[in-house]
Design a protein around this ligand. Structure first.
Ligand SMILES: Nc1ncnc2c1ncn2[C@@H]1O[C@H](COP(=O)(O)OP(=O)(O)O)[C@@H](O)[C@H]1O
Ligand SMILES: O=c1ccn([C@@H]2O[C@H](COP(=O)(O)OP(=O)(O)O)[C@@H](O)[C@H]2O)c(=O)[nH]1
Ligand SMILES: [Mg+2]
Length: 213
């Protein structure tokens, strides 16, 4: 079931002028899922350090839109304050832009897809499925404690919004996790313990993919 770390070219395509060029390499995609405060961002930094993937945090891309006063900024801010999910087309467009401008074709997509609709939208627009899906499995009390101590000045790290985010995670994001479990792509990590202990569960997953590339 292990895919090549750097997949082979998917074939050749003929341009209008008849010149034959190799098609773009199929990207290697990892989705990083888990409840709010489960440690996704923290572990992504370690994965990048060790395995050199390109980290794309959906939440960071959305917060960057807010900060840049883009047309969707106010809508995104309100959605995040409410702990709700931003419309798929907005998020997928931001991810797509980053993927297209990257010379690294191995992506760590952090905090997305958060709903089945997000997932289907990504598949339709980007046209690929993830190779690996990580699920950081963490008890709610632990996630709650971590978020209340995160101290990054986030508008959504308050008790009221955290409660809403935990409910949304259970109702809308768990179905995505179940979907990938059924597809045999899910790697569940017990997300309690020190950051290093947790990374030691993550490491062998990427080592295995690297070995076959
Ligand atoms: N294993 C851990 N034990 C305790 N605290 C952690 C652990 N991993 C991350 N944290 C802290 O918990 C908070 C949430 O982590 P973060 O990586 O931002 O999670 P997520 O991206 O899933 O919301 C941060 O303040 C982070 O420093
Ligand atoms: O694909 C996404 C990712 C994030 N968000 C919004 O951005 C917030 C923060 O997401 P982030 O992944 O940064 O939070 P984390 O889980 O890391 O705490 C979420 O609660 C949502 O409101 C969203 O709508 N779609
Ligand atoms: Mg995060």
């Amino acid at each position: 079931r292990l895919n090549a770390w750097e997949p082979l070219t998917t074939g050749i395509a003929k341009q209008a002028n008849g010149v034959v060029v190799p098609k773009e390499k199929t990207p290697f995609i990892t989705f990083v899922l888990g409840g709010p405060g489960s440690g996704k961002g923290t572990q992504c930094i370690k994965i990048v350090e060790t395995f050199g993937l390109r980290h794309l945090s959906a939440g960071d891309l959305l917060r960057r839109e807010i900060a840049s006063n883009s047309a969707d900024g106010a809508m995104i801010l309100n959605t995040i304050k409410e702990g709700k999910i931003v419309p798929s087309q907005v998020t997928v467009k931001l991810i797509q832009k980053e993927m297209e401008s990257s010379d690294n074709n191995k992506f760590l997509i952090d905090g997305f897809p958060r709903t089945e609709e997000n997932r289907v939208s990504f598949e339709r627009i980007i046209g690929v499925e993830p190779n690996v899906v990580l699920f950081f499995d963490c008890p709610e009390e632990e996630m709650m404690k971590r978020l209340l101590n995160r101290n990054q000045g986030r508008v959504d790290d308050n008790l009221e919004t955290i409660k809403k985010r935990l409910k949304i995670f259970e109702a809308l994001s768990l179905p995505v996790i179940n979907y990938y479990s059924q597809k045999g792509k899910l790697y569940t990590i017990k997300a309690v313990g020190t950051e290093d202990e947790i990374f030691e569960q993550v490491r062998p997953i990427f080592t295995a993919f690297e070995a076959v590339g």
